[in-house]
Ligand binder design. Structure first.
Ligand code: GRF
Length: 236
């Protein structure tokens, strides 16, 4: 997507988000929950946080699909236990990268299920191909650092090594780069003198579980608008 104009590749207009309305005075209920797919490679705690948020009354989105590239992902177990449809898609042998074929397969599945927003949550590959192109402006990621600092792997350790006093997490749109898309939400975490990668990651993760559901709530509620690299939130 062209973030300046909101135009989608191929000249399509970015679909309008259907707002969620709570109970109206007349007792009429108009609920159009946005269908989201989560893509996760590992334990899936952010997937879980999103799925739990979706159960809250008035939350404007529902997790309709979990995709993983790893048949042993903890995220799959949570999906099975909670009746969320899941799929394992082989993304190829190359570490950190996905095959173009798997990207097509993911896109096809998301299209079939009417997915309007794709949330990467610990997906350990750089997204490219069909799913990236077709979901441009409709794909989010969470990163365990305050971007644009400490992109890529081990953001928490990078923050410790650099000696910053504050780090945190970032929810951002996904573009073709690594952790480079426009920023929607950030949460700040203090770095303590005696922090290890593990202790810092734990405190950041707690903030991630707040930030991701919050970002999805804003996006699905139609409150997020991009102007160039800046993301404007209309209910702030
Ligand atoms: C999180 O720290 C997230 O920020 C990063 O990968 C980790 C995934 O954790 N992108 P989980 O699988 O959601 O528990």
């Amino acid at each position: 997507m062209d973030y300046r104009t909101g135009a989608m590749p191929g000249g399509r207009i970015q679909p309008t988000k259907t707002p969620w309305f709570g109970p109206l005075d007349q007792g009429v209920m108009m609920k159009e929950k946005m269908k989201i797919a989560v893509i996760a490679s590992g334990r899936g705690s952010n997937f879980r946080a999103l799925a739990l948020a979706c159960r809250e009354e008035g939350y404007p989105a529902e997790v309709a699909l979990l995709i993983s590239d790893n048949p042993d992902a903890g995220a799959l177990e949570f999906a099975r236990e909670n009746g969320i449809e899941s799929a394992v898609i082989d993304c190829g042998p190359k570490r950190g990268s996905m095959s173009l074929e798997s990207s097509e397969t993911m896109y096809g599945l998301c299209l079939e299920r009417g997915i309007e927003l794709v949330c990467l949550a610990g997906f350990m590959r750089i997204v490219k191909g069909k799913i990236l192109d077709e979901y441009a402006g409709r794909m989010l990621n969470i990163h365990p650092a305050l971007l644009p600092s400490f992109k890529g792997l081990h953001g928490q350790q990078q923050a410790l090594d650099y000696g910053v006093k504050y780090t945190g997490c970032t929810v951002h749109f996904v573009d073709a780069g690594v952790d480079t898309g426009p920023i929607i939400i950030q949460k700040i975490v203090s770095v303590l003198q005696d922090d290890s990668e593990e202790s810092l990651s734990k405190r950041i993760l707690a903030e991630e579980h707040i930030a991701y559901p919050e970002a999805v709530r804003l996006y699905a509620g139609g409150a997020v608008k991009t102007e160039g690299r800046r993301v404007l939130i209309s209910d702030e």
